[in-house]
Ligand binder design. Structure first.
Ligand SMILES: [Fe+2]
Ligand SMILES: [Fe+2]
Length: 197
């Protein structure tokens, strides 16, 4: 238990992200970290681990599409068809693997949260939900339903994640873009739990 919860120093994760990101995306990263800490406190999740996952979540985001595919293959991450079409979808799994290899982050839930932050994952745990939602509602996010999501996130993280997934699937449909299968599976999983509640 203690090993699983071994916290990698957030200060190092901060430097890791800052060195790899533009000022704009680093700013987003810091806002997600603050938001994730707040949500974690509100929902009984460890805020330190939420901050760590948030600091690292977009650390690979500014690599090129070719680099994502090459890295994903080198790192042995399975690449799905939707990811081949849109390699940036791999920035979560690639960031998690870099955090593990280059920073020595061993906390599985932290790595899972980083991995799942873009498209979700069925069965995602509380820490993953905190990061997923924090990324969508950090203070600079500005879209019509964001205030509703912020309110929902205070009381029900799973409902907020489900609402955010519905919104992103609808958004893709409007633009004729495919949705990553994991997002559809995750929404199905969350809705099943809602119905069973
Ligand atoms: Fe991201
Ligand atoms: Fe992000």
């Amino acid at each position: 238990m203690e090993d699983r919860e071994k916290i990698y120093p957030a200060a190092d994760a901060d430097v890791f992200a800052r060195e790899r990101l533009s000022a704009k995306r680093y700013g987003h990263t810091l806002r997600v970290a603050e938001t994730a800490e707040d949500l974690a406190r509100a929902h009984g999740v460890d805020p330190g681990r939420a901050r760590l996952a948030a600091l690292l979540h977009d650390a690979a985001r500014e690599r090129s599409s070719e680099e994502f595919l090459g890295l994903a293959e080198d790192l042995g991450l399975g690449v799905r068809e939707s990811e081949r079409e849109s390699p940036k979808l791999l920035h979560g799994p690639v960031a998690a693997e870099l955090a593990r290899r280059e920073l020595g982050v061993e906390d599985d839930e932290v790595l899972e949260a980083i991995r799942a932050h873009t498209v979700g994952r069925p069965g995602m745990g509380p820490l993953s939900l905190v990061l997923y939602v924090a990324d969508k509602i950090e203070p600079a996010r500005d879209y019509p339903s964001v205030e509703n999501l912020r309110r929902l996130a205070r009381c029900d993280l799973r409902a907020a994640a489900a609402e955010s997934l519905r919104r992103s699937i609808a958004h893709n449909e409007e633009r004729g873009r495919p949705t990553h299968p994991a997002s559809i599976e995750t929404l199905g999983w969350l809705e099943e739990a809602e119905e069973g509640a």
